[in-house]
Write a protein that binds this ligand. Structure first.
Ligand code: COI
Length: 355
């Protein structure tokens, strides 16, 4: 790969204590940047001090949202090594999202090498307290100044890093979820399976209404029949019904979560019956009425595993597992975070050490 130019900060910052971390508010000293120009391809990879950008007001991303992002994590081990969780899974999804947004394909090996170099430089920013990690946010924006609606001829790729604690202020406690019946997130043929800002921008109004009504999150239903379950705001969703793990199949409008994939692999390896299929909200409410709905939980990179304590749909509410964290969600959380923090052997080769 072309050599990465490195321009270091004069004075390095200090990692705050885990109490002050929160999620996504603090950034490390450096970031990785690379440019794309039509006819030239991706070029000028560099690591520079984290800070303000040179940006033109007419950049296409500001007007028409041509952008993609990823969210991955690195962890500190007790003996001070740094491991990244499933980096290639995330980087390959980054390229799949790029395709949806007509953003030029990236060389996964090149981005991977850049990430390793950046993490090597920022090792001291990886927190080591339980529940903390270094959140890695790669993203690409169309930076060509142009007010016509078109595919841009130039882009900038960034990787920024943020030491984080739990995503939800409630931590690993059951969330109360509103099943959304007014707004829809995505439809087949749209952008639902891409990690692009539009999907998050469109979730804000529903999220605000749900917060105002006292809920912690929104569960999206399919856009056509308003019947089949899709995903939660920042997570995929899974149900444990009569011992079986059921989750909506990846149908084109749902994000293919890497934690979702991890959970399914794990459940299969534990010998559970795992089914990816259409599941309607009626079916979930019926399973609850019959006493068969054992647990509901979300999975996501930022959230890891998040138990769901209540589901409200059109004024009806069901309480799951007495609003307590279920045994199975706890087992998944303990296993995944155990491997991530190097307390449990990595038998599936999820972790890659930064060397
Ligand atoms: C993640 O889990 O990494 C996400 O993408 C959620 C994010 C929007 C905070």
């Amino acid at each position: 790969m072309t050599e990465i130019q490195v321009n270091k900060v004069g004075k390095v910052g200090v990692l705050p204590t885990d109490k002050a971390l929160g999620f996504g508010k603090i950034f490390t000293d450096h970031m990785f940047v690379m440019d794309y120009t039509s006819g030239k391809g991706w070029h000028s990879p560099r690591i520079i001090p984290y800070g303000g950008l040179e940006a033109q007001p007419a950049m296409i991303v500001f007007h028409y949202g041509q952008a993609i992002f990823e969210g991955m994590k690195a962890f500190k081990t007790a003996d001070n090594r740094v491991n990244i969780f499933r980096p290639y899974e995330y980087l390959n999804r980054f390229n799949r999202s790029a395709k949806h947004l007509c953003i030029p394909e990236m060389d996964v090996e090149q981005i991977h090498d850049a990430l390793i170099q950046l993490l090597t430089l920022e090792k001291d920013w990886v927190p080591n307290q339980p529940g903390t990690s270094l959140y890695i946010r790669p993203f690409v924006v169309a930076d060509e100044p142009h007010l016509g609606v078109k595919v841009a001829d130039s882009y900038r790729l960034f990787i920024i890093l943020s030491p984080v604690a739990a995503y939800y202020a409630t931590g690993f406690n059951p969330v109360s979820i509103k099943v959304e019946d007014k707004y829809v997130r995505a439809t087949k043929g749209g952008l639902g399976e891409a990690k692009t800002p539009a999907n998050y921008a469109m979730s804000l109004a529903a999220q605000q209404e749900a917060y105002a009504e006292g809920f912690g999150q929104v569960l999206w239903l399919d856009a056509v029949e308003r019947k089949y379950i899709e995903e939660v705001g920042t997570m995929n969703i899974l149900f444990k019904i009569n011992g079986e793990i059921i989750t909506p199949a990846l149908n084109g409008s749902i994000l293919g979560g890497i934690t979702r994939k991890t959970v399914l692999e794990l459940c299969r390896s534990w010998g559970l019956k795992v089914t990816e299929r259409q599941i309607s909200i009626e079916e979930v409410f019926e399973a609850h009425a019959k006493g068969q709905l054992e647990e509901v939980f979300g999975s996501g990179t930022a959230a890891v595993i998040s138990p769901v304590g209540e589901l409200s749909w059109k004024g009806q509410k069901i309480v799951i597992n007495n609003n307590q964290t279920g045994e199975f969600a706890q087992k998944l959380f303990d296993y995944i975070t155990g491997v991530q923090s190097n307390k449990i052997a990595d038998q599936f080769n999820w972790m890659e050490e930064v060397k």
